[in-house]
Design a protein. Structure first.
Lengths: 196, 166
């Protein structure tokens, strides 16, 4: 649900980072926060537990500049990945414009990735969206670790249709901006089509 | 996608600003602002210079969404008013026409009773404005379907790349 303000000439879009617990969603947003210059970012808000697990969401407002005279602002959110926070995840998907799925490449997390994608599909439907119609990017994170599933297998298991796929090491920033750019591009293209 | 975008035009924006300005004055509030349910700030007025209104908007929407979830769990339709009392400042949050969230921050110069009273009238006025907005968006969509161009129809790949070049 893009918010277009003709009066102040602003477009606001909401992008949600989804994925299994400890997969690197917050790390993605943290990296974007750390590397963006201070004029174009707001405060990074993290509603996390004492052990830094996301409790409700992380939130980062990002001003990307103007497009056709409209200030383009992206609001990045992460969901809590842990299975039992499903009610919170559902709430955060409300009014989403684009989704990044952050998959954990470690062998032992493959089941968690699959479970999280199927949870995403269900929660999208409950919010009135369809995963195959909404701007969507798949990120294969933690590619620097030793015990990882190979790319072909991950793609085979996790790919929804023809979404852009990026390899990433979010903690070092590899693939992070590429992922954001790909989803932002789709969101803006959706706007071009009239948001229908 | 089945979800319509919110579009705010100059005329309605000014009407909203006027309503919020009056509410701010009549309720002796510090800050009055309006947020959509997804956390996007629509308009604000009052002492907002030192206030992070973007974060406020996002957290308010999160708060309302969580409370809404709580309501559903116990079989309530919604909790239409939330009130947070602090040592110095208080926050009064209410839903307007199930669409937008009206937030008022006030201190000892005002009272909960006064705020509630003033919110009631302003809500009715705001609801009327949002009815108009919904109608306009619908008309705009029909116009687009019949081929009238939107300002975003011309966006190119280059425009998007430029956003990330800095």
């Amino acid at each position: 649900m893009t918010f277009i303000n003709y009066a102040s000439r602003e477009i606001n879009c909401k992008i949600v980072y989804y994925g299994p617990g400890l997969g690197g969603k917050t790390t993605n947003i943290q990296y974007i926060y750390d590397t963006t210059n201070s004029d174009s970012k707001g405060k990074l808000i993290s509603l996390a537990t004492e052990t830094d697990r996301t409790l409700f969401f992380d939130f980062l407002p990002l001003d990307l500049g103007t497009i056709r005279g409209f200030k383009t602002r992206f609001h990045l959110y992460t969901v809590p990945g842990q299975v039992f926070y499903d009610a919170s995840r559902k709430l955060i998907l409300k009014g989403v414009d684009g989704i990044v799925f952050v998959a954990d490449s470690q062998d032992e997390r493959m089941d968690a990735n699959i479970e999280s994608i199927s949870n995403l599909k269900i929660n999208l439907v409950e919010n009135g969206f369809d995963i195959s119609a909404i701007p969507y990017v798949l990120q294969l994170n933690k590619r620097d670790l030793p015990n990882i599933t190979n790319i072909d297998e991950m793609v085979k298991e996790l790919k929804v249709q023809d979404e852009p796929i990026f390899e990433a090491v979010a903690i070092k920033g590899i693939g992070v901006m590429e992922t954001l750019k790909a989803v932002a591009k789709q969101v803006i293209m959706e706007l071009k089509r009239g948001g229908k | 996608m089945g979800h319509s975008n919110i579009v705010l035009y100059e005329e309605e924006y000014q009407q909203i600003k006027t309503i919020l300005g009056r509410l701010n004055q009549e309720a002796n509030a510090r800050v009055v602002f309006l947020v959509d349910k997804n956390g996007q700030q629509i308009a604000a007025c009052g002492e907002i210079e030192n206030l992070d209104t973007t974060s406020l908007a996002s957290l308010t929407a999160g708060n309302v969404a969580a409370t809404d979830g709580l309501a559903k769990l116990i079989g309530e339709k919604e909790f239409s008013i939330l009130f947070h009392e602090g040592e110095r400042d208080n926050i009064h949050i209410s839903l307007v026409g199930k669409r937008v969230i009206l937030v008022i921050i006030f201190d000892e110069r005002s009272s909960l009773g006064l705020v509630r009273l003033r919110v009631k009238r302003a809500s009715i006025e705001l609801e009327r404005v949002f009815d108009t907005i919904v109608k306009k968006v619908e008309m705009e969509r029909q116009a687009q379907e019949t081929g009238t161009a939107s300002p975003f129809a011309e966006i190119t790949d280059e425009d998007i790349d430029n956003l990330f070049s800095s």
